[in-house]
Design a protein around this ligand. Structure first.
Ligand code: ZN
Length: 63
């Protein structure tokens, strides 16, 4: 059981900075979460390296 890691991403629709968390026990994950500000679906792509440092990229769902 590992702790969630807080990350900050920028919404690809409204460009607001969003605080969220990722699960470092998954080495790779892709999921959709609605923006907390504009409620549009953001695709999160999370890759966790061997030091458990997550790299998060976001893109619009219909890109
Ligand atoms: Zn947004």
């Amino acid at each position: 059981m590992s702790d969630l890691i807080p990350v900050r991403v920028q919404c690809p629709y409204c460009w607001e900075m969003l605080d969220t968390t990722v699960d470092p026990s998954l080495s790779e994950a892709e999921y959709v979460e609605d923006c907390q500000v504009c409620c549009q679906p953001i695709v999160f792509v999370v890759v966790v390296d061997e030091n458990l440092v997550p790299a998060v990229t976001v893109r619009p769902e219909n890109d």
